[in-house]
Design a protein around this ligand. Structure first.
Ligand code: C2O
Ligand code: CU
Ligand code: CU
Length: 490
């Protein structure tokens, strides 16, 4: 498969539009802005309680088996509270899709159906599962077709993951249309669950809408189109589980565990809770060894963080969870309002009776430090704007050959002036250092943000699962334009 440069595609689009006298951008059609209008926003109810997405219903009665049905289909749903229903895509009729919950060691069977008018896949982002179940662009499912995804969840893999479509070039579009959902893998010996700590899933997304409230996409030929291609498509409306500025209530002394997923195409969140520090306890591949107290946490695209929040504020008052400014941008296309903090949700301190405060365990589980003693192979991967090692993705090419059983160090170098979050399918890795600075403690990752003009080194062990795997920038516009490579493990 050949990829055309955006320029060539744009030129063809101009020609096409000139011939038939038609342009597809709603902004150009009726002159209205791409962003949702302010009236729709002020009509929203002040603050609803945060809802948890529905859970996928397990239809198996066999122990250790989770069997579910998942359908991707067009749907009519309001994108904003109180807004009119518009055309979206949804998994089982809901945005976000229902959460897949299972235990370590479970066998999972997903009966998937594609009722979309276009090919799709379901990628189980972050799970260490066979390549045949990865749902990469190599395995599209045609409209009207069904496919069973089958895999077993490894022991030690407890954590927060997510699923999303991954078809060739259409990932950004399909996710923006509403296709994404959470995955929670539970451990039998989870130290926080053992203490009865309440667990909440917070899927962060953003979107932009036309004047009817439908997801809006820029004309690739427009200035906004080239900005979107460069920055990735950011929306002006921020959602948590599809809700705008919801409320979480917490009782005095109560401890809550928030599993935060960044499902945004391009927005990197620097999450902070006004008036209190967060206790950072986990990342992509589950819990750390020790909790770490931090003023804020960076959550790059597709990353997950687990934090503990304590009901320590004044009863009756609120504090805001905010996305603080973070400059991931090229100076030329940095949004004018990038330095503005954005509100994500509000935390309300209830005046209920004080609960018996739960003590935070000092050790959450064992996470070994990166073991580089058996490394035979070292590689350098260079990310530039839209390219990896100077190339666009070709599904018929293999870019990296690795041996099954090998342990490798990859240096991921970002040689341009904006951040690119690097994601590897199928295998968890550990970050050894960032720009030569050793990582302060080890954790399991499947995505590592590589800030502008910097590099990270990761340690990865190909212990299992031969096959072809993708690695790519998780800014969806970059990925769709081919900022992706193919790794073959055998
Ligand atoms: Cu969320 Cu190819 O990944
Ligand atoms: Cu992935
Ligand atoms: Cu990128």
């Amino acid at each position: 498969m050949q990829r055309h440069s955006p320029l060539a595609r744009g030129a063809r689009a101009v020609l096409f539009a000139a011939v038939i006298g038609w342009v597809w951008s709603p902004r150009l059609l009726d002159g209205s802005p791409v962003f949702v209008d302010a009236r729709a926003r002020s009509a929203m109810p002040a603050s609803e309680a945060l809802r948890q997405p529905p859970t996928l219903q397990n239809t198996s009665s066999r122990r250790g088996v989770v069997e579910v049905t998942l359908t991707a289909a067009p749907a009519r749903l309001p994108t904003m509270p109180g807004g009119p229903p518009v055309n979206v895509y949804a998994f089982n009729g809901s945005v976000p899709g229902p959460t897949l919950e299972a235990n370590e060691g479970d066998s999972v069977i997903i009966h998937f159906r594609n009722e979309l008018p276009e090919p799709t896949t379901v990628h189980w982002h972050g799970l260490h599962i066979p390549a045949s179940a990865d749902g990469s662009p190599l395995s599209p499912i045609a409209p009207g077709k069904a496919h069973d995804y089958r895999f077993r969840l490894a022991s030690g893999s407890a954590g927060t993951y997510w699923y999303h479509p991954h078809p060739d070039r259409r990932t950004g579009f399909q996710i923006a249309m509403g296709l994404f959902g959470g995955i929670i893998v539970h451990a039998p010996d989870d130290p926080l669950a053992a203490k009865g700590v309440a667990d909440k899933l917070l899927i962060l997304s953003d979107n932009r809408f036309d004047s009817n409230g439908a997801p809006a996409f820029s004309d690739p030929r427009s200035i906004q189109g080239s900005i979107d291609l460069e920055n990735g498509r950011e929306g002006d409306v921020l959602f948590v589980n599809g809700q705008v500025m919801p409320t979480i209530s917490i009782r005095p002394g109560e401890l809550q565990r928030w599993r935060i997923v960044n499902a945004s195409a391009a927005r990197i969140y620097r999450v902070a809770l006004a008036g209190q520090h967060l206790i950072h306890v986990g990342s992509d591949g589950g819990l750390f060894e020790h909790p770490v107290e931090v003023p804020d946490v960076l959550v790059a695209n597709s990353e997950r963080v687990e934090v503990l929040v304590r009901g320590s504020g004044t009863p009756g008052e609120r504090s805001l969870l905010e996305d603080l400014p973070y400059d991931r941008y090229m100076p030329q296309t940095r949004p004018a309002d990038w330095a503005r903090a954005r509100q994500i949700l509000s935390l309300r301190y209830e005046s209920d009776s004080v609960t018996q405060p739960v003590e935070i365990p000092a050790v959450l589980r064992h996470v070994p430090p990166p073991d580089t003693s058996r490394v035979r192979v070292r590689r350098t991967i260079v990310m530039s704007q839209g390219l990896i090692d100077g190339k666009r993705m070709d599904m018929h090419r293999v870019d990296i050959h690795s041996r099954l059983g090998a342990t490798e160090i990859w240096t991921i170098q970002n040689v341009v002036g904006m951040d690119h979050p690097f994601h590897l399918h199928g295998f968890h890795f550990q970050i050894i250092d960032r720009d030569g600075v050793p990582e302060p403690f080890s954790s399991w990752k499947d995505t590592g943000n590589v800030p502008k003009h910097s590099s990270i080194r990761i340690l990865v062990h190909f212990d299992d699962y031969p096959g072809k795997w993708m690695y790519h920038c998780h800014i969806l516009e970059h990925e769709d334009e081919g900022m992706m490579g193919v790794l073959q493990v055998r």
